[in-house]
Design a protein. Structure first.
Length: 204
């Protein structure tokens, strides 16, 4: 792939990663509840999930998902159920414990960043539609495997780096402490947002 085409591809991927949605909400929530390690875990696993969709698009498998109403619906509604689960969990969560250990580390609520980040991406079949539209502008029928690998790696890396940057920013200074002090409010807002997204998927 020529450099100018790759740079155009990068710009589109960056804009896609920056768009707010359930992924951003989960990264923020897991960073506040589980600390920066879980925030980074959520970010990296989300990037892997996005890269997986990019890979199946490059290999042609995504066409099967998009053209099969049953497969598409199964993934979509499973994703809605997962969003609903995370939303209800957030609404029912208690205020983050503000007790500090001897090392000054705040006690962390148990979260599973690796699971949450990957599933939020993997259970979103609309990524298949997005990548089919995007890749069709940059991949030709005779594209090499190297080109497909580069595009897949670019997509996943940009996504993971963006959410890692979000986690890093939240963990600087007193930002995370201020948010944790109002964690009950953050959880309620995040939970409500995720439930609304789940409802939107079901009724759409």
């Amino acid at each position: 792939m020529e450099l100018h085409l790759w740079l155009s591809f990068v710009v589109i991927c960056v804009m896609g990663a920056l768009s707010p949605g359930p992924s951003l909400a989960i990264v923020i929530k897991n960073t506040l509840a589980g600390g920066t390690p879980q925030g980074y875990a959520t970010a990296i696993s989300h990037g892997l999930g996005v890269a997986l969709y990019a890979a199946i698009t490059a290999t042609g498998i995504a066409v099967i998902i998009v053209q099969s109403p049953l497969i598409f619906s199964i993934i979509q509604y499973t994703g809605a159920v997962f969003l609903l689960y995370l939303g209800i969990k957030s609404l029912l969560s208690k205020k983050v414990n503000q007790v500090f250990s001897d090392e000054g580390e705040q006690e962390k609520v148990r979260v599973n960043g690796w699971r949450d980040g990957f599933l939020i991406a993997f259970l979103n079949p609309k990524l298949a539609i997005f990548f089919l539209a995007l890749f069709s502008q940059f991949l030709t029928s005779d594209a090499s495997y190297e080109q497909k690998i580069i595009m897949t790696a670019t997509v996943g890396s940009i996504d993971a780096l963006w959410y890692c940057l979000v986690t890093f920013t939240l963990s600087r200074g007193n930002i995370i402490n201020k948010l944790r002090a109002n964690s009950h409010v953050v959880d309620k807002v995040t939970g409500s947002f995720l439930i609304l997204l789940a409802a939107r998927v079901v009724i759409s």
